[in-house]
Write a protein that binds this ligand. Sequence first.
Ligand code: FUL
Length: 431
Amino acid sequence: MFAHFGPNTFTGREWGLGTETEDIFNPTALDCSQWTAVAKAAGFKGVIITAKHHDGFCLWPNPVSQHTVAQSKWQDGKGDVLKELSAACEKDGLKFGVYVSPWDRNDPYYGSPEYNDVYVRTLQSALGSYGKVFEQWFDGANGEGPNGKKQEYDWDLFHKTVLDLQPDAVVFSDVGPGCRWVGNERGIAGRTNWSRLDIEGYEPGAKAPSTDTLNCGNVHGARWIPAETDVSIRPGWFWRESENDKVKSVRKLLDIYHASVGRNSLLLLNVPPDTTGRINSADSLRLMEFRAALDKIFKENLADGAKVKASATRGSRFNAANILNNEYDAFWAAPDEARSATLEITLPQEKTFNLVMLQEYIPLGQRIKAFTVEAQDASGQWREIASETTIGYKRIAPVEKTTAKALRVNIKDSFACPVINGFGLFLDEVN
Ligand code: FUL
């Protein structure tokens, strides 16, 4: 879960100016354990908070800034949102991550070489004081600071700073190195989506690879930098009263799920707390409906109990039945030299579905370049229902509503022998 929170929550702006008075930040009943309770119930695994957005205001008492909670009247200048949120995450078993915007419209040093050092110390303060940070989110936006100048960022130094303090943190940016922006804020990963990316000569922001490339990755990319799909549950990134009735519908959220989680990407869904400092009921209710819909769709795998036969198998340890045994590390593998193969799945009885799920065993890399799915109806007739490219960690291919007694997954081309560890059929009938 992404949580955009800060002065913009109180002004209704998307990009704060940096000139807001610190007192504008005044949540009347901040309760981060309410955020984590909602997040946990919705099935999120972690929370990433905008510790500092482009307006420069820090949600924690950052010693190198004069524009923080410490200068505000909120909790008499003693409040600390990062402290409260990291503690709530810990209590609820959620991971804790931070967004610390390099672009700063308040910092007087912004636009001069000194700022890079101020920013490094800001990162050190945000990343070094609140326990384990699972992800550091670097925004690509780079505009002018208070003196009208843009900053030349020292990205190598920033990345090194993060990894020195949090060696296990995934570093998000347009070019990773941990994971990459998916190229849009609509929640849609590429239908073809490689986890590989070429970053040589590129930088976050204006010098990033094209949004198309970020959306699809590079088929021969030199680095492993999977896509993370960030999108807001609302039209804007920050909460505003006027958008309480514009929270995305369950149908829309499911489409986003299929186009992100179902396209080899992680989903980072933004749920911005309101001016009370709690997640608004408009959002929390929708999240519970979304959770209920996901449970209804994915609770039962309609392929359970099927018999699986492969055109070829590497040996009994890697047999085709492994694709249905729900053990992550047990997978089917084709013989070493194979670059194509067919899996035939015979269902115990006819089933009706409109989603076909496939998983590559990703610790061995992303291999498959193209596949089709065929379905056999009661009369024995085979019909192609999907023709797609990549699979990756997880692929959920929406297909026409189909009733079938058997299926064939035809792997048409692969960089190395295909390895599959999961297969599923599901029915999504949410309107
Ligand atoms: C963008 C920012 O400019 C938006 O305000 C928002 O934080 C989004 C997640 O990233 O680059």
